[in-house]
Design a protein around this ligand. Structure first.
Ligand code: TRP
Length: 462
């Protein structure tokens, strides 16, 4: 029952809730959410464009001081309430305090992010097929650039690949949490690590690989400024899937005996490891063949194919690389779409099947604005950005940090230390008082202040 006395429809039904069934399942699904195109598509080019190792240091600080506490808070709230993002905040907040709006904002953010994310994922899936057929096997960036341009500027192809990806994700979600999300991510995550290691080792063995490593690991502090710090923080939010209810939703599927801080730390470390490996798989190869690293988002679709085409057995590695990207994108999209699906099931009382179909239809509509932003809608700009760029900017740099601030304030000032303590220690089973103390202090004072400062400064309002 919610505090307001009105039971959410799914609670009224009294059915036992679907959820993750094993510790490995929890880890695979949560890591599956964190690891995604953010690691493979965003992280390398953002790091490259913002000063390499100097940016990495800021990113690491953002992850530890902001990402980690917010992620712990979200998972804990979800696990306590065992409900979707909106219902969780309704249940745990005092009556008449509208904290559930944070959940509503989360649903909105999920649609915005999925709109451009499913589009990039569509390109990735298209590239798996292109790589298999050898279509993009050219070491001339002019040719790979033309191939990429032809794909994204063809409205029909762009739309069809996006909708195909949406159907795949919807199909998995319809199978449920344990039989869909958990079963799939348990298979995909090990595959992801194997592929990444194979490609990383291959890249490191190329002549001239050291230049790529020094690009990643030698700091260029002159590039750091407030805008870059905002980008680092936005990336930390995006990477860890926090600030919009994804982790509340997944937390609600966590088992009661799961050690939340330990699991979160593991997910964060593994996610960072994947990002580094992706950088190590990409940059040494880029430098080895004399390509330019700061190619922006097109690094993945223009430079990488040309790089692979230049190396022995490149065809095989190119296929592996795009399969890897598709695998990463799949786990992340499952978690994004699960937010609206679970809210619809929980609040509207409709079946999971219907909720999935409804979300897919909505997304096909909203997402089309991104799919077409390189063709039919290329001229349509808001605030000087295409829909694609606008949705990306709005979500990473504004919605997610704002959601993060709200979560911190809610746990720090409304929910309070004793409830956090009880929830994080699994009702006294775990002796982690010191960890809880640090997390609480961060959530109450430090993290929200940091987020607010970085946002205001980064947006030029301070
Ligand atoms: N973390 C994923 C990535 O790096 C993207 C993602 C999945 C996400 N769920 C999210 C980002 C929720 C923000 C919020 O690719």
């Amino acid at each position: 029952m919610s505090k307001q006395g009105r039971p959410a429809p799914n609670e009224a039904a009294g059915k036992s809730r679907d959820g993750f069934t094993s510790s490995f399942g929890v880890l695979a699904a949560t890591l599956g959410s964190a690891v995604g195109l953010g690691n493979i598509w965003k992280f390398p080019y953002v790091t490259g464009a913002n000063g390499g190792a100097g940016f990495l240091v800021v990113y690491l600080l953002a992850t530890l001081l902001v990402g980690l506490p917010v992620m712990i808070a979200e998972i804990t709230l979800g696990r306590r309430a065992k409900a979707d993002a909106v219902s969780t905040l309704r249940k745990l907040a005092p009556a008449r305090q509208p904290w559930w709006l944070v959940g509503v904002a989360g649903v909105l953010a999920a649609f915005l992010i999925m709109s451009f994310y499913s589009e990039v994922a569509g390109w990735v899936f298209a590239y798996v097929f292109k790589a298999l057929r050898g279509d993009i096997l050219s070491s001339d960036p002019k040719l790979t650039s033309a191939a990429f341009g032809a794909l994204i500027s063809d409205p029909l192809q762009a739309l069809l690949w996006q909708w195909g990806v949406l159907l795949l994700i919807g199909g998995i979600l319809m199978c449920g949490v344990a039989k869909g999300i958990e079963a799939v991510t348990k298979k995909l995550m090990p595959l992801l690590f194997i592929l990444l290691l194979v490609i990383g080792v291959r890249s490191l063995m190329l002549p001239g690989a050291a230049a790529g490593l020094s690009f990643l690991f030698t700091p260029d502090w002159s590039k750091l400024n407030a805008g870059v710090v905002l980008v680092a923080m936005g990336l930390a939010f995006f990477k860890l899937s926090i600030g919009m209810g994804t982790m509340i939703t997944y937390g609600s599927y966590f088992r009661d005996e799961q050690n939340v801080p330990a699991t979160t730390l593991r997910v964060m470390a593994a996610d960072l490891f994947v990002s580094m490996l992706a950088g190590i798989a990409i940059f040494p190869a880029v430098f080895s063949f004399g390509f330019k690293p700061e190619a922006g988002p097109s690094l993945l679709f223009i430079t990488i194919p040309a790089v692979f085409a230049s190396m022995p057995m490149g065809h095989l590695f190119m296929v592996l690389f795009f399969v890897l990207s598709a695998v990463a994108a799949t786990g992340a999209m499952l978690s994004l779409l699960e937010v609206p699906v679970s809210v619809m099931v929980g609040r509207l009382g409709i079946s999971r099947l219907r909720a999935t179909v409804l979300s897919l239809l909505l997304l096909a509509l909203v997402g089309a604005s991104c799919a077409l932003s390189n063709s039919t809608l290329a001229g349509v700009k808001l605030f000087g950005m295409t829909f694609f760029d606008l949705f990306d900017y709005l979500s990473s740099n504004i919605l997610l940090p704002l959601g993060g601030i709200c979560i911190c304030l809610f746990v720090g000032w409304v929910w309070g230390k004793s409830k956090l303590q009880a929830a994080l220690s699994n009702d006294g089973t775990l002796a982690n008082g010191a960890v809880v103390g640090v997390v609480y202090l961060l959530l109450k004072c430090i993290t929200p202040l940091l987020i607010a400062l970085v946002m205001l400064k980064g947006l030029g309002w301070l």
